[in-house]
Write a protein that binds this ligand. Structure first.
Ligand SMILES: [Zn+2]
Length: 451
């Protein structure tokens, strides 16, 4: 087994095992970068883009080198900076999958020997064979620092107790989140994803012993509330009261803050400040663009395009990576003091549903159902039968806890009316008893195929 030659040594400064402490009343985690003069930041981006291109060509990194060749870029001197990225063809997930299949297991898109990395994760594989991501210490450190900017904006501070239930093992997301919390300086209680009631019980009982300062927040919140109810454990004892969506998390047509570009690209690409819509993008470490895939050019500000990310200053980067998700960029200055562009996220294109001539996201429908108390309590459990794009009613199956026929019928009528108001779609609502729909510990399956 060959020992690879050392790669770049990141400048960790004095805090090799953690960040340098800073005053807790400081507004930003890293003001030098978050409030940087935009012109200076652009120069930094240009310099980092040129370095990325140089490494693609000189390493070489065959997948990206061939994309550059298609754009007529054969020398690092051909690229001056961010503006020239528009020439470079996009790379999508399927390109990475094909590359790994053609040169297993790593493919031909790595910038370093995989043995230079210290962590591995795979994508969830919901749309085909999972791709493999590897991170060097420096790549991980960039995520830690980016996550820290987010937690600080949320008002989290070192010394607090936090909890999460992210999946682990080959799916690298749980480890990344856990260690980002640790790096930031919080005591993180990592409970199992509540795939079963027994696993949910472990978490809820533990929270009555060590109660987090911030209530659990994630896809599985409803599961924990549901199981606490079954066990007769008060939500207060388990720290599950005072639940609120994090700042800037609004569902609906305006889009959500663009906080992640996926574990394979940039887990903590940005975060909301709560003073303006969207998420401040960590531009010193990424060029984030909303791109029209037909032209490769950015769409006008505020309009939806394909979320396209070029990561900067990493050992293993991605060049013009199109996540096939909707993104909009806003450039007006924000009163919070951060000087970056802001990003809005509009969902994955493959998750868009089309019914009666209208296109919408699952979470838009979820927001509507969540407004109906009989469906929301103790947790919202629903499934949508995948519409075939015809004019037929949208079939939604949703649990209602009450056995009172009047309550059930009332909820059904409310849902039909609310879906019509919000989405302009005619729906047929199947009311189900509790525990009819399979539960999930992480992301539940909300769209099912017709029977
Ligand atoms: Zn702001």
């Amino acid at each position: 087994m060959s020992a690879p030659a050392p790669v770049s040594t990141p400048d960790f400064g004095p805090g090799l095992l953690g960040p340098i402490p800073r005053p807790t009343d400081q507004k930003l985690w890293d003001p030098a970068h978050q409030a940087m003069d935009p012109g200076q930041r652009r120069e930094l981006q240009d310099q980092r883009v040129r370095e990325l291109i140089r490494r693609v060509l000189e390493t070489p990194v065959p997948l990206f080198a061939s994309k550059l060749k298609d754009a007529g870029i054969t020398s690092p001197d051909d690229v001056k900076g961010v503006d020239d990225l528009a020439l470079v063809p996009l790379t999508v997930k399927q390109d990475l999958r094909d590359s790994e299949a053609g040169a297993p297991p790593w493919g031909s898109y790595r910038f370093t020997d995989a043995r230079h990395a210290v962590r591995l994760g795979t994508s969830t594989g919901t749309t085909g064979q999972p791709t493999i991501t590897v991170w060097t210490r420096k790549d991980i450190w960039i995520e830690y620092e980016s996550g820290a900017r987010n937690w600080w904006r949320f008002g989290y501070r070192p010394g607090q107790i936090i909890t999460h239930a992210h999946p682990a093992y080959l799916y690298g997301g749980g480890t990344m989140l856990q260690q980002t919390y640790e790096y930031f300086g919080m005591l993180s209680v990592w409970v199992p994803p509540p795939d079963t009631d027994e696993l949910a019980e472990q978490a809820v009982r533990f929270w009555t012993r060590v109660t987090p300062d911030h209530p659990f927040m994630g896809f599985a919140t409803g599961r924990f509330i549901e199981v606490a109810g079954k066990l007769g454990i008060s939500l207060e004892d388990a720290g599950l009261t005072g639940l609120k969506a994090p700042i800037g998390f609004g569902l609906g047509r305006g889009g959500m803050p663009l906080m992640t570009a996926g574990a394979e690209c940039y887990s903590f690409v940005g975060g909301p400040c709560g003073e303006s819509p969207g998420a401040h993008i960590h531009e010193d470490w990424a060029v984030v663009q909303a791109v029209d895939p037909a032209t490769g050019q950015e769409v006008p500000d505020g309009e939806w395009g394909n979320l396209t990310v070029t990561t900067l200053d990493r050992d293993n980067g991605l060049l013009r990576y199109d996540l096939e998700e909707a993104c909009a960029i806003v450039r007006e200055p924000c009163p919070c003091g951060e000087t970056s562009i802001r990003g809005l996220w509009g969902g994955r294109f493959k998750d868009l549903l089309e019914c009666q001539g209208t296109r919408f996201q699952v979470n838009e429908l979820e927001g509507v159902l969540r407004g109906i108390e009989a469906m929301r309590e103790p947790s919202l459990e629903y499934q949508i039968v995948k519409p075939d794009g015809s004019g037929a009613d949208l079939v939604v199956r949703v649990e209602v806890a009450s056995e009172d026929p009047a309550v059930r019928q009332g909820a059904q009528e409310k849902a039909v009316a609310a879906i019509r108001d919000a989405l302009g779609v005619s729906a047929a609502i199947d009311i189900l008893n509790r525990d009819t729909i399979p539960r999930a510990g992480y992301k539940a399956t909300r769209v099912i195929d017709p029977e």
